[in-house]
Design a protein around this ligand. Sequence first.
Ligand SMILES: [Mg+2]
Length: 404
Amino acid sequence: MLHPLTRLCRDCGRLDDDVTDPGAVCPGCGSARVIAHPELRSLSIAHVDCDAYYASVEKRDRPELADQPLIVGGSERGVVTTCCYIARQYGVRSAMPTSRALQLCPHAVVLRPDMEKYQRESRRIKDLMRVATPIVEAVSIDEAYLDLSAAAAERNEPPARSLARLSLQIERKIGVTVSIGLAPNKMLAKIASDMGKPRGFSVIGNADALDVIGPMKISAIPGVGPVMSRKLEELGLLLVSDLWTASESDLIHRFGLWARRLVTFARAQDERKVSASRGASVTIGAETTFNADLRTFAQIDVELRPLCETVARRLSKSGLAASGLTLKLRRADRRTITRACRLRDPTAQAELILKAVHPVLAAELDGQPYRLVGVTATRLVSDRLADPPDLFASIRSKSLADQD
Ligand SMILES: [Mg+2]
């Protein structure tokens, strides 16, 4: 059955609904960079990944290298950290010894990495992302997950269109290209961003997810490295679809609990939220004005407790945890006092938030009447830093050389 498509032009932003044949070019501007998908208007989770990031930054700064194979990495005894797409045509790959890379591509230019510069540009890229949506979860120096659902609704614009604009802005303002994956969840978005590199924009929807990932090798699932894929292969599990019929309890028995997540991922399901992480300047707070002025710790504590619960609930909903807290008190004479404290471990739990602000409250009270209390979670971090360690995290660790 043919589903009507929504078509987007990545260059002029033109959107057309109910398209049956996406055509080769945009009817508005003639650009060939059109994408079409039945769920294009509704999908809102994106993975944005810079293409050959270090090499792209270097080529931007040295235009004379534009058409040359470029390797960023150690000296001859080191390894390739990133190589440009021209070098890849010669078989050069990340993590390959530089000496081997130079055998394959003797005329490649080798540059030492300038991490400070890449970090600086990374911050600028993430600032642009945060214009598209405040919910940006940086995964590494050159990639991030974005949740555009709320931002796009506010703007009354499908997330796909905001993303097309974002990729053009990154090209224009930073001078590097990105590949975008748009999907219903993080895992699928990550797979999608890998499908069209470089300068890609790939979409995986709810309806086609299993058709798309089923025939892929299991190593396409984020977090499955070469060691794990070899072990799975020994069990006859080669493709993602092989995991649909595999015994989950047997896999858990062999590989531990993360196998459960692997099986869930293979079914195209991923409940993880995009959590606005580093650099996000948001705070989450709640406050209340009393019906009558209060004086004692016990009285104000009764009011404070539900506020901590509200803050905890909002943190969890956003996938965030507080590593700082601010207590706010307003006296009957309207003087407002705010006191900040740091937490040893980030938390999103109401009890721990309450426990942390108790001594701050106790230190402030002096028998005067108060009319308002508030608590705000600050220095927000991903809740992954607060909750029990993510079982999948251990196999998600990426080496520097693996940053494409
Ligand atoms: Mg990359």
